[in-house]
Design a protein around this ligand. Sequence first.
Ligand SMILES: *[C@@H]1O[C@H](CO)[C@@H](O)[C@H](O)[C@H]1NC(C)=O
Ligand SMILES: *[C@@H]1O[C@H](CO)[C@@H](O)[C@H](O)[C@H]1NC(C)=O
Ligand SMILES: *[C@@H]1O[C@H](CO)[C@@H](O)[C@H](O)[C@H]1NC(C)=O
Length: 299
Amino acid sequence: MMGCEGWSLLWLACLVSSFLQNCAVRVTVRESSVEVVRGDSVTLPCTFFTMMPLYRLSIIWTLTPVSDPASPMQVIVYDHGQVIESPSFMGRVGFTGMPWSADVVLNDTRMSDAGVFRCVVSNPPETGDPGIGELSLTVLAPPSLPVCLWEGDTDAGGSVKLSCMALEGFPSPQMIWEKLEPDQINLPVNMDGEKTGSVQIANFSAQNSGLYRCSVSNLLGTQHCYINLSVYIHPDNSPGILQGVLLSLSMALLLLALIVLVLWLHRSAQESKWINSREEEECYNEIKYTPTLIKRSFV
Ligand SMILES: *[C@@H]1O[C@H](CO)[C@@H](O)[C@H](O)[C@H]1NC(C)=O
Ligand SMILES: *[C@@H]1O[C@H](CO)[C@@H](O)[C@H](O)[C@H]1NC(C)=O
Ligand SMILES: *[C@@H]1O[C@H](CO)[C@@H](O)[C@H](O)[C@H]1NC(C)=O
C-alpha cells in the first residue's frame, strides 16, 4: 500500500499529466469481497476518479461466475448516458450513484451470482487504459431439507446403510448422523462428495432398532431428516415346523381333491356325451316321422 505522500504525489502527477491528456481513469473498490444471503440485495461498490468531463463516460460490469469460470458475462453497461442490462440480470441490477460513482445494486440474488465482479471505467478523451476494479461476491444459503434413505436388510445379522442427501446450502453444510433412542449416540459418517453422507451398520440386531436422525447445518441454519428402523425377527423355529407340516398337509389334501374332481369331470363328460348322442338320435326320429303323422291325420 502506498502512503499518504505516495497518493498525493500520484495525484499531482495525474493533475500535471492530465493537462498533457495521458492520465488514465482510476478506480477503487471499497471492499474486495462482499457476502450476501441468497434472495437479499447487495451493493457492489466501484468508485472512479477522472479529470475529464463525463460526456463520454463508459462503465461495463462483468461477472466471472464461480460455477463457470470459463465464461465471463456482462452484467450491466453504461454508455453515452444509456443503461443496458444483460438478460440474466434484467430487472435485478441498477446503477445507484450515476454519474458520480459506478456502484450497482443487485436485487434478488441467486447462487449463480457468486463469482468475481469487475467494473471497467473509461472516460474519453482521457487516454490510457480504462480503470478496473475487482471484487468477489459470495452468496450464502441455508441448507435445504435433506433426504434420508436406507437400504439393506433389517433381519438380525443383516447389514444396513443409511444415507442422507443435502442438495443445497453454502457454505457446504456439515453433516451429522445420530441414533436418538434410547441414548443419543453420534455415528461415524462416510462422506460421498460434499452432499451425501452415509452410515454403515453391520450385524443388525435389536439394539440397532430405533430412531436415527441426520442433521445438516451451516452458519445460516440446521435441517433434519429421520429414519425409524426396527429389527425383523423371524418367527420361532418350532411353530415354523408345525406351520410347515400343516401347510404341506393341506396342500396334499387340496391336490387329492383336485385329482378326484378332474377324474369325476372326465367321467361325467364321457357319460353326457353318450346320453347326448342318444338324445340326438331320438330327436331326429321325431322330426323325421312328424310330417307323416300330420299327413296321416289329414288324410
Ligand atoms: C432493488 O430493490 C430496491 C428495494 O426493494 C428497489 O428500491 C430498487 O429499485 C431495486 N432495484 C432494481 C434494479 O430492481
Ligand atoms: C452379531 O451379533 C450377535 C448378537 O449381538 C453376536 O452374538 C454375534 O457374535 C455377532 N456376529 C458377528 C459376526 O459380529
Ligand atoms: C418407530 O417404529 C416403532 C415400531 O414400528 C414404533 O413403535 C415407534 O413409535 C416409531 N417411532 C417413531 C418416532 O416414529
